[in-house]
Write a protein that binds this ligand. Structure first.
Ligand code: 9MR
Length: 428
């Protein structure tokens, strides 16, 4: 290489893509992550390629592989085949891991759930389980969801074998056992519907105080973020709710984010709403010191728990079933880039000068076409930063520019390359 170009390469800023984890880190978060579906990673190469790109997802969570029914289906017999899929994938790709979950009423084998226990015998069972599982993954988990979903939807303590044996004492007990098993990981309480700031949220505030009052360690609260398009709270209300917990001295994160359409197919305006809902959730995390990251509960509509649980609903994620980036992906990218660069999202088609949240609303609206999205795009959703522009034309919705972008800069007709922000131009 010519010495001048060597020098130029050395002096160039580290290549940063406009992908979500890179932007999230530049925006001050620790990661942007995704759940890993154990059944898909070895059978779906496109899924594996996007999930394994750490510029896009800096952190993985096993969707099911570390749960009690997977790790200790029979008393005293531990198996890590499923859980290791995630840690091995993360290791291979240089990604971090959130670990999920230890003490939960669901996906709990019947030998625990239906056993007849005293405090002493159930303590022994919990201690053995926590020691083994945390011991196996020691040093690999940024955080562990120690207790999951201990509060019912009505705000009362959720009935389960742990509550009936110990009362709420099982909660600080679980955190104490976890601390002994791995003193260096972050210990989280994790639940859904905390975002609405209602009775369930109040009880969860009480839970954190109860653990702290018992002298047990708790480092974080996970907001699962299983939300509904059009019913997602505003960015400022979400931030207010997150702050109820950071005020108690714990960190917070969105741990299982998805925003489902309640009927399908989603109209184009519902897709705009979904994009704005995602931007508001991610934006609220950016607005709160102590919100460390966002994890989506799978990234593609091809693999999601929702249709099984809520028939007729879904398309709740940021890539569609064919691995095309959705408007929701773009809106998240915009809100992260705005924070990363200190520049509110701007659009060549927007003249708004209002605050970043409402500007984003305007911009996102301009990004989504009036017809139903029927993208036929087949390009990789994670374009390589080393690919050449060499005359190739990007398809509708694809990236066509932005700082450090080295992929195609022209769009297929009739789409034109529109600047969304410094980091991202898109064929629209
Ligand atoms: O996504 C998980 C799905 O594959 C399982 O069938 C389901 C069983 O309960 O659990 C799903 O993940 C849940 C997570 O572990 C805890 N919060 C709610 C998630 C969605 O149900």
């Amino acid at each position: 290489m010519h010495s001048k170009s060597v020098l130029a390469a050395l002096l160039a800023p580290a290549a940063v893509s406009a992908q979500l984890n890179d932007l999230a880190v530049r925006a001050g978060l620790k990661y942007f992550g995704t759940a890993l579906r154990e059944g898909a990673i070895n059978s779906d190469a496109q899924y594996a390629a996007i999930l394994g790109d750490k510029r896009e997802f800096g952190q993985l969570v096993p969707e099911n592989g570390q749960k009690w029914e997977s790790t200790e289906p029979t008393r005293g017999q531990f198996t890590y085949t499923q859980g290791d899929i995630t840690t091995n994938t993360a290791k291979k790709n240089g990604q971090g891991v959130r670990c999920h979950t230890l003490v939960w009423y669901s996906q709990l084998p019947s030998w625990v759930r239906d056993g007849s226990w005293t405090k002493a015998t159930l303590t022994e069972v919990m201690e053995t389980h926590i020691n083994n599982v945390m011991g196996h993954y020691i040093g690999q988990c940024y955080a562990w969801d120690v207790v999951n979903e201990a509060v019912g939807d009505d705000g009362n303590w959720r009935p389960n074998v742990f509550l009936s044996t110990f009362g709420t004492d099982y909660i600080p007990l679980s955190f104490n056992l976890a601390k002994k098993a791995d003193p260096n990981t972050k210990l989280y309480y994790n639940d859904y519907n905390l975002e609405y700031n209602g009775a369930k949220t109040d009880r969860t505030v009480e839970l954190v105080k109860l653990v702290q009052a018992a002298g047990a360690p708790i480092d974080g609260v996970g907001f699962q973020g299983h939300l509904i398009v059009g019913s997602t709270p505003s960015r400022s209300n979400l931030a207010t709710t997150l702050r109820r917990f950071t005020a108690l001295g714990v960190e917070v994160a969105y741990t299982e984010l998805d925003i489902r359409h309640s009927s399908l197919p989603a109209s184009s305006s519902a897709q705009v709403t979904q994009a704005n809902d995602f931007a508001n959730v991610v934006g609220s995390c950016l607005d709160v010191a102590g919100c460390v990251g966002v994890t989506v509960w799978s990234f593609t509509d091809k693999y999601s728990w929702i249709p099984e649980t809520f028939p007729g609903q879904g398309d709740a994620l940021i890539y569609d079933k064919n691995f095309n980036k959705k408007a929701a992906w773009t809106s998240i990218s915009s809100v992260l880039a705005a924070k990363a660069t200190g520049v509110p999202p701007v659009s060549s088609t927007s003249t708004s000068t209002s605050t970043s949240t409402s500007t984003l609303t305007t911009i996102t609206t301009t990004r989504v076409p009036s017809s139903t999205v029927t993208s036929t795009r087949t390009t990789s959703a994670a374009p390589s930063s080393t690919s050449s522009a060499s005359g190739a034309e990007q398809t509708r919705w694809g990236q066509c520019g932005g700082r450090y972008w080295t992929g195609p800069t022209k769009c297929q007709s009739p789409w034109t390359c529109q600047v969304q922000h410094e980091w991202y131009s898109q064929c629209l």
